[in-house]
Write a protein that binds this ligand. Structure first.
Ligand code: GLN
Length: 271
């Protein structure tokens, strides 16, 4: 994968982005200005740069690179890195709030060109977002402590089910919770998972690949149920704003499927 720039959202990162002055992973300024005569044909918010919002951590899709804390890695990051390369753009990843991303707000306010955050394509979201073609099929799941005796949602009456705010997992929990359960929303999986480990909640209802990683990381936890919700992830763009970029991203994705690059990246994380 090519070099890319990691920017942690916040006033600092946003100021840099808005002023068009990005930094690379070593803190050196990136020369993102177009060559004289070169046009910003894809209409990205910074010429020469593909600015991608992603809510981190969400392993295995987007998380800090254990080999290099200056960088993010994961399935989504590799996919957008490859897309950026094919479009002749430099990738900048901005850690963002998922709820603001899935609502379309971060995209509508020009914080990023693309959201790549394991985001499920839904009809509700389509009202505010243009989705790329689907790039990953997913499902929901229930993660609990191995010694809890909990094996299904029904065992959670009188207990707390943790979810990530604004996600399809939250919707699934709301629609399928047993009477007397309490649903507790967290802004990100980065808070949700420690809450389960600390015993503040008794279960996590979350995308299955992410719960699988938690169970693999800590043998005291186990995925006890999977729910076939027929979800597919898409990358998100501001609604009706940049059809050229949408077409270009879909084109790169199709090329990557055709030439084996997609499969290579897929196997790296899911084989
Ligand atoms: N796939 C889920 C959704 O779209 C969760 C995504 C996430 O938390 N990053 O709601």
């Amino acid at each position: 994968m090519g070099r890319f720039t990691k920017i942690v959202a916040g006033v600092f990162g946003m100021t840099l982005l808005l002023s068009g002055c990005a930094m690379d992973s070593l803190g050196d300024p990136v020369d993102a200005s177009p060559e004289p005569g070169q046009e910003n044909t894809l209409g990205t918010i910074t010429a020469g740069v593909l600015t991608v919002c992603s809510e981190i951590p969400f392993e295995p899709f987007e998380y800090e690179d254990p080999a290099d804390p200056e960088k993010y890695t994961g399935f989504d990051i590799d996919i957008v890195g490859e897309i950026a390369t094919r479009l002749g753009l430099e990738l900048v990843v901005v850690d963002s709030d998922f709820d603001a991303l899935q609502s379309g707000l971060s995209l509508a306010t020009d914080k990023c060109d693309l959201g790549a955050s394991a985001m499920t394509i839904t009809e509700d979201r389509r009202a505010n977002i243009d989705f790329t073609d689907a790039y990953y099929d997913s499902l929901q799941s229930l993660l609990v402590a191995k010694d809890s005796g909990i094996t299904s949602l029904d065992d959670l009456a009188g207990k707390s089910i943790g979810v990530q705010k604004g996600t399809t997992g939250e919707i699934y929990a709301e629609q399928n919770q047993p009477e007397g359960a309490q649903i507790v929303g967290y802004p990100s999986d980065g808070e949700l998972w420690p809450a389960l480990q600390a015993g503040q909640i008794q279960a996590i209802l979350q995308d299955q690949p992410v719960n699988v990683i938690h169970a693999r990381t800590d043998a005291a936890y186990v995925v006890v149920a999977e729910y076939q919700t027929d979800e597919s992830y898409g990358m998100a763009l501001a609604k009706d704003k940049n059809p050229e970029l949408l077409a270009a991203v879909n084109g790169a994705l199709a090329e990557m499927r055709a030439d084996g690059t997609y499969k290579q990246i897929y196997d790296k994380y899911f084989a």
